[in-house]
Ligand binder design. Structure first.
Ligand code: BT5
Length: 256
């Protein structure tokens, strides 16, 4: 498996690559690796995770042989440090692009989910390591459901879920999709924060123009029309004629 993985990524300008048949959470491994000097764009991939994480301590289900669970260590340049709020969009956008290889038009449920036909097929988890007031490294974790076995039991879901193979007639090979995803990440990273990047993200937003409810831990919920993105990656919602910018954090979004 590891040989196949390395072969499929050969030729891409990545940092180092580590593969695990089973890991706790690839994000935890990547955070440790970042602390101990992983070079930029180093990749950790696990076939299975025993404690895969979503946001706020939620779980990410990752049984063996069924999906992709990966984390990248990114060393940010100055411009990227000013755009940290765009990295979950970067992960989601790169996956949306890679899925086009299978004729799939996916959408981004702001801020961190990728949906196919309004069902969740992937989640992005961004975590940062700080040194004083500077970001030392950023870990970009991505989990993608590829085959039906990757889906958790319905009782564990707070949103409908699907997998890539259920949404295309083309046979999906995990490492082909991984290659496409890495190539797209490299391409979109160089455009982070540009109008091209923001327009592509906007165009891919799920529920655009629809009435949604957005709520967080400390904020009151807003019901309004999803109207787009601000340049810092926050979401624009118009409620009673008033524009609200919803920032990252612990945010839930649902179509009404
Ligand atoms: C996410 O969190 O969607 C981010 C998931 C990131 C996972 C990757 S895998 C590689 C890396 N290593 C890690 O440990 N994590 C990252 P959130 O928006 O909080 O959604 C979590 C919720 O999604 C859970 O509470 C479940 O309801 C649901 N869920 C869990 N596993 C799922 C799956 N395989 N498919 C669809 N939904 C799932």
């Amino acid at each position: 498996m590891e040989t196949q993985l390395r072969k499929s990524l050969a030729g891409l300008p990545l940092g180092e690559i580590r593969y695990f048949a089973s890991a706790g959470s690839t994000n935890d491994l990547a955070l440790d690796w970042a602390e101990s000097g992983a070079p930029d764009f180093s990749l950790i991939l696990a076939d299975a995770q025993t404690s895969g994480r979503g946001r706020m301590g939620r779980k990410w289900f990752t049984p063996a042989g069924a999906g992709l669970a990966l984390s990248l260590v990114l060393r940010l340049n100055e411009a990227e440090r000013d755009n940290v709020g765009l990295f979950s969009g970067l992960g989601a956008l790169a996956l949306v692009d890679a899925l086009k290889l299978y004729g799939i038009t996916a959408q981004i449920k702001w801020p961190n989910d990728v949906l196919i036909n309004r069902k969740k097929t992937a989640g992005v988890l961004v975590e940062t390591i700080w040194s004083g007031t500077d970001i030392e490294a950023l870990v970009l974790g991505i989990g993608v459901n590829i085959f039906p076995e990757s889906l958790p039991p319905e009782t564990e879901l707070n949103f409908p879920a699907t997998c890539v193979q259920a949404e295309t007639e083309n046979p999906v090979r995990r490492f082909d999709l991984l290659h496409g995803l890495m190539a797209s990440l490299i391409a979109w990273r160089s455009l982070l924060g540009t109008n091209t990047f923001l327009d592509a993200w906007r165009t891919s937003l799920a529920f655009f123009g629809e009435t949604v409810q957005v709520w967080g831990v400390e904020t009151e919920s807003i019901v309004g029309v999803l109207d787009g993105l601000e340049t810092d990656g926050s979401l624009r919602v118009v409620a009673n004629g008033e524009r609200h910018s919803v920032h990252f954090g612990e945010i839930h979004l649902r179509p009404l």
